[in-house]
Design a protein. Structure first.
Length: 550
């Protein structure tokens, strides 16, 4: 039997029924559950606002300072806990009468601390717009904290900050969901802080910070994220997923003028002292555009992982995937991805600044310039790390499966320093390949590309050991494609103060063209190996071009 606990006064759980019309609404609440309380098989709502089939204008929902607090509480047996939930549905219209976003504001602080959560669902700062609703001129300012927190057993959690054990759980913080042909206009998220520290996540748990899901033919017109900070520190993750700043646009949705860039500070994703063993997946700042339209948009973010221990893991920073897109034009992204002091055992995959465009005109209903005017700047650093039979990819661009791309510009700096890639053929599984490192690889397969420029490219490996590994710097592979105007200028590939041994291979500036039509191809590059040792049957190739028919 489910029990529902309504927290604090009636304004902490506010429902606008069908056909309501409300103007100039202000709610300022403090909601607390504390003092060794027990919640068993129950539903708890703190600061929940739900609008259904109604018209609402000029709303302020505020719970700063204490705000929503759960302290020293045991939450068990399939309970549900929500803090600062804002839901708009049923073809509602929520707007600012004056057109000023200051008149339509959600400003909340949410904290769970010194508590235990088992087999329960917990959400903090969840905003959902669905059912054909329209929201205009909304500003969201939220701080989410979990600290001194213990959770296990099939739980969904939405928040983060200090010590926590999380088993078979989903922890999602600062999530925005838009679905069902809904519309958001003039939305801002300013100063959102999501923090999780001293956490243990086991048994297929998911820890998610600042996820944006746009689905079901929905539309965003002007959305700006400013000074967003996502932090995970002192976290143990066994077979878990850790995600910071994930953006998904899918199912015929439209996004125009979306920015999570400057204006008080670039969005930052930080992970410090993370132990992710046995199959954990870690991602920072990933963007997926599928069967949708994204125009005049961009992102600027810094992603940092420091002091990380991995075993058979996947790590991604600043990856973009565009699949079956209807129209992606005027898209700009700037990433600074750093991985420092990482220890990987077993076979793992680490990707920084990977762009995949695939099957982007599969419907056959779009023009040839459907993916156009793309500008990506990425700085990727992997330093002072030990990698064992791992695959390392920095700034890889793949245009695949019938894609049409025009007006493409890349600026990339890739650095690997003080890193040991010593694979071990004696202990490797029979079917496993040796460790690989790829910097600034371009693959064009079965596609049409016009005006592709890599205006500045620097690939550097210094003071590293490459043992039983394959390393490619500036590799270009064009297969079964038509390419007009491909320029790679000011390209520098450098290996310095390093050792290549035990049947390793190094290629710098290798270009392969197979069964393709290429017009106006210009590659200007400098390949350097200095103060390094090459031994043990290793092979080094510099500036090699291969052109072949089918």
């Amino acid at each position: 039997m489910k029990k529902t606990i309504a927290i604090s006064i009636i304004t902490s759980a506010l429902l606008f029924a069908a056909n309501s019309d409300v103007t100039d609404l202000t709610i300022n609440y403090t909601n607390m559950i504390q003092g060794n309380s027990n919640i068993d098989d129950s539903v708890v709502n703190q600061g929940k606002t739900e609008i259904t089939s109604s018209i609402i204008a000029d709303v302020t929902l505020e719970s700063k300072s204490t705000g929503n607090l759960i302290d020293a509480v045991n939450i068990e047996e399939s309970s549900t806990v929500n803090q600062a939930t804002f839901i708009v549905g049923g073809d509602s219209n929520v707007s600012s009468a004056s057109g000023d976003t200051a008149d339509l504001t959600i400003s909340t602080d949410n904290t769970i601390e010194n508590s235990t959560i088992k087999g329960s669902n917990v959400k903090q700062s969840y905003t959902s717009i669905l059912g054909g609703s329209t929201v205009k001129g909304l500003n969201i300012d939220q701080v989410n904290i979990i600290q001194d927190f213990d959770s296990d057993g099939d739980a969904d959690v939405t928040t983060p900050n200090d010590p926590s054990d999380i088993n078979n759980s989903t922890v999602s913080q600062g999530e925005l969901s838009l679905a069902g042909a809904s519309v958001i206009e003039d939305l801002t998220q300013t100063g959102m802080v999501n923090t999780m520290q001293d956490a243990t996540a086991n048994g297929s748990s998911k820890l998610i910070q600042n996820q944006i899901l746009i689905d079901g033919a929905s539309t965003i017109e002007s959305f700006e994220q400013t000074a967003i900070l996502n932090t995970m520190t002192n976290t143990d993750a066994d077979d878990a997923e850790l995600t910071q700043n994930k953006i998904v646009v899918t199912n015929a949705s439209t996004v125009n003028n979306f920015k999570n860039v400057d204006g008080g500070g670039a969005t930052s994703n930080l992970m410090l002292n993370v132990d992710a063993s046995e199959g954990a997946k870690i991602s920072q700042n990933t963007i997926t555009i599928d069967n949708s339209e994204v125009t005049s948009s961009g992102t600027k973010q810094s992603n940092s992982i420091t002091d990380l221990t991995l075993e058979n893991n996947v790590v991604t920073q600043g990856n973009i995937e565009i699949t079956n897109a209807q129209d992606v034009t005027g898209f700009e992204s700037s990433f600074m991805n750093t991985i420092d002091d990482v220890r990987i055992t077993g076979t793992g995959t680490t990707e920084q600044g990977v762009l995949i465009i695939g099957d982007s005109n599969a419907t056959g209903t779009v023009s040839a310039d459907m993916v156009a005017d793309i500008d990506i700047t990425s700085t990727n650093a992997l330093q002072f790390s030990n990698l064992d039979d791992s695959n390392i990819t920095q700034s890889k661009t793949s245009i695949l499966g019938g894609s049409d791309v025009s007006g493409f510009n890349l600026t990339q700096v890739n650095t690997i320093e003080g890193t040991d890639t010593s694979g071990n053929a004696d202990t490797r599984d029979n079917n496993a390949s040796k460790a690989t490192i790829s910097q600034a690889e371009i693959t064009i397969d079965d596609s049409e590309v016009t005006t592709f420029e890599q205006t500045s490219l620097t690939n550097t490996i210094t003071n590293s050991v490459i043992n039983d590994s394959t390393v490619d710097q500036g590799k270009v592979d064009i297969t079964s494609s038509t390419v007009t105007g491909l320029t790679i200028s000011t390209s520098t590939h450098k290996l310095e103060g390093s050792t290549i041994e035990e049947d390793s291979s190094l290629s710098q500036g290798m270009t392969t063209i197979t069964n393709s039509e290429v017009t106006d191809l210009t590659i200007t590059e400098t390949n350097t190996v200095q103060n390094s040792d090459i031994k043990g049957g290793s092979v080094v190739t510099q500036g090699m071009t291969t052109i072949a028919g089918s």
